[in-house]
Ligand binder design. Structure first.
Ligand SMILES: [Mn+2]
Length: 351
């Protein structure tokens, strides 16, 4: 079943307006601006002059409606909904601004507007073969870029210098861009899970956490490695070893049919016993066209893993003023376990 067929089935007889760029790509293969009108009988790309040719090439099976000075998106959507006799229209209320929503509500007076409620998000959880192939390629690019980077970085460089070299390497290896803003956190900055790279000079005896990803056909990879500079001893060495073991325990726990909350629990209990309060985020998340997708490996998740899920496993330990460590792979859930898309080593590297 194509993505569009699965979506139509989930929407039953209702019509939908789709705005998230990633969902435009997922449903129509279209990467320009605008939105989609989808009903049982019609699939239409609504866009402006700049994207008309692109839409025709990328989505030849879709009709096109062009906005103009007098006719904006709400008026076009209303015209299509009326022509289809749509009584109900699903909208991505978790994406539209309040003003956008008001505009559609006004133009679509008489049509019942419903929140799409995560329907595409639920359907995107299971990736097809082409999607898995793109994610594998994005993962290999990031992993290879990291391995290529190692002999070229050393104490005395800044976080930003390392970030630039890593991103350049991913682009050279074929990434369309970065999957998200690269994190490069050295020394005490490592205690901030989402530290922005700074001009801080990395010193010998410190850890550096690099969290980064590549993009292929819009699909992302996500990985984290923490590396040492000079000799890593004492508390930092213990932290690294704890995170490395917790990550392996999390990976070992992955299995189709297993609740996501259980996977999180296995890694969390191991860390909590050694570093209470030091692992304050969830173990992992789905990855695809968005860097953060369903399912989540977290205590609150009610999801159960199924083959075709793509999730990260990324425990961390963060100690204020001292530093931190996180290790992350992107993995594909299979019928008999998992496939790790990231090949880069995880033993402590001392550069
Ligand atoms: Mn991640």
């Amino acid at each position: 079943m194509s993505h569009l067929e699965a979506f139509l089935k989930a929407m039953r007889a209702d019509a939908a307006l789709v705005h998230k760029p990633e969902n435009l790509r997922w449903l129509a293969g279209y990467t320009g601006e605008g939105c989609l009108f989808i009903s049982a009988n019609r699939r239409v790309i609504l866009t402006d002059f700049r994207y008309v040719t692109q839409a025709r090439v990328q989505s030849p099976d879709w009709a096109l409606e062009q906005v103009s000075g007098d006719t904006g998106y709400p008026a076009l959507a209303a015209k299509l909904a009326r022509a289809e006799g749509a009584g109900r229209l699903w909208l991505e209320t978790d994406h539209l601004t309040y003003d956008d929503y008001q505009g559609f509500a006004q133009a679509l007076a008489g049509v019942e507007l419903l929140p799409m409620g995560g329907v595409p998000e639920r359907l995107r959880q299971v990736k097809d073969a082409a999607e898995l192939d793109s994610i594998r390629r994005a993962a290999k690019i990031a992993s290879d870029a990291f391995v290529n980077l190692l002999p070229r970085i050393h104490a005395g460089m800044t976080e930003r210098q390392v970030q630039r070299m890593l991103e350049y390497e991913m682009l050279e290896l074929g990434s369309e861009g970065v999957a998200f803003e690269t994190i490069a956190a050295s020394g005490p900055n490592g205690a901030l899970p989402h530290a922005r790279p700074s001009d801080r000079v990395i010193e010998s005896g410190e850890l550096l956490t690099l969290d980064f990803g590549a993009t292929v056909n819009g699909y992302r990879s996500d990985m984290t490695r923490t590396v040492g500079f000079g000799k890593i001893t004492g508390a930092l060495q213990d932290i690294y070893e704890t995170v490395r073991q917790a990550q392996q325990l999390g990976l070992d726990a992955l299995a189709a049919g297993r609740p996501c909350s259980e996977i999180d629990r296995v890694a969390r209990d191991f860390i909590d016993a050694r570093y209470p309060e030091a692992f304050g985020h969830s173990l992992g998340h789905g990855v695809g066209l968005f860097i953060h997708e369903q399912p989540r490996l977290s205590q609150r998740s009610t999801d159960v893993l199924v083959p075709g899920n793509v999730v990260t496993v990324e425990p961390g330990v963060y100690i204020p003023d001292l530093g931190g460590c996180r290790i992350e792979d992107t993995v594909i859930i299979t019928a008999d376990g998992y496939e790790n898309t990231i090949a880069a080593p995880k033993a402590l590297i001392e550069l």
